[in-house]
Design a protein around this ligand. Structure first.
Ligand SMILES: [Zn+2]
Length: 180
């Protein structure tokens, strides 16, 4: 029996290890809050925060950056679920507008909140299947503030270039908004 690797890495050029799970399997596992690779570890700690790595197979789940894709797909799905009955009820019963607002807006919010997590898990499985696992050399592990603090330093004055006295090289102005 082989021990699980200390640091999981996708094979170069392929999204998952040979014989890995299929696209459908990985998406469904993610949607059920299960690691898309092994199907056993959890994807989320809390509501939407992704664990740094799978507790079972050490897949670097926290490195995957789904960004705006989960809310985009959530809105897309929820709108297609709710808009047809809204139109049908309006056409059949013509309720007052305040009743529409009282019923549909909270319902819309509730379904979005309920669906955001499974949709994010499914997007995670999809991205892992495609091999979109973030920067393999990055140490941020999905930490946005760490990625920001790793910004390249502002270059200083490189000095004048000989023979260009007519157009002196000026130092780059300091970035604004960082004082105080
Ligand atoms: Zn796993």
């Amino acid at each position: 029996m082989e021990r699980p690797p200390q640091r999981w890495e996708p094979a170069r050029g392929t999204a998952v290890p040979p014989g890995g799970p299929s696209f459908t399997t990985m998406v469904l596992r993610g949607a059920r809050n299960r690691c898309p690779i092994c199907g056993e570890g959890h994807v989320f700690q809390g509501y939407l925060r992704i664990v740094p790595e799978c507790s079972v197979c050490h897949a670097p789940l926290g490195r995957v950056r789904a960004d705006d894709a989960p809310p985009y797909f959530t809105l897309f799905i929820v709108a297609h679920i709710l808009v047809p009955p809204i139109f049908w009820i309006e056409k059949a019963y013509q309720p007052p507008m305040w009743l529409h607002m009282v019923v549909w807006l909270p319902l819309f919010a509730l379904i979005c909140v309920a669906m955001l997590r499974p949709v994010k898990g499914a997007v995670l499985g999809w991205m892992l299947r495609l091999g979109i696992t973030g920067d393999p050399h990055g140490e941020s592990q999905g930490d946005y503030s760490a990625a920001q603090s790793a910004a390249p330093p502002v270059p200083g004055n490189e000095g004048g270039v000989p023979g260009t006295s007519g157009s002196p090289v000026r130092p780059r102005p300091a970035p604004e908004g960082r004082h105080g």
